[in-house]
Design a protein around this ligand. Structure first.
Ligand SMILES: [Zn+2]
Length: 49
């Protein structure tokens, strides 16, 4: 996980793992809608561990 961050789409709650957020959300097609979140919040959203 080193260098990896977690981002969430503020429109559709899509979660993206990577070094930077996608320019366009692949789910809702909106631009610049990702915000960085922490692992706890990501777990709450995705239900994954
Ligand atoms: Zn989205």
């Amino acid at each position: 996980m080193q260098g990896k961050k977690i981002f969430r789409c503020t429109v559709c709650n899509d979660v993206h793992f990577g070094v930077s957020p996608p320019e366009v959300c692949p789910t809702c097609q909106q631009h610049n809608v990702y915000v960085e979140i922490d692992a706890v919040e990501a777990k709450n959203i995705t239900g994954l561990c």
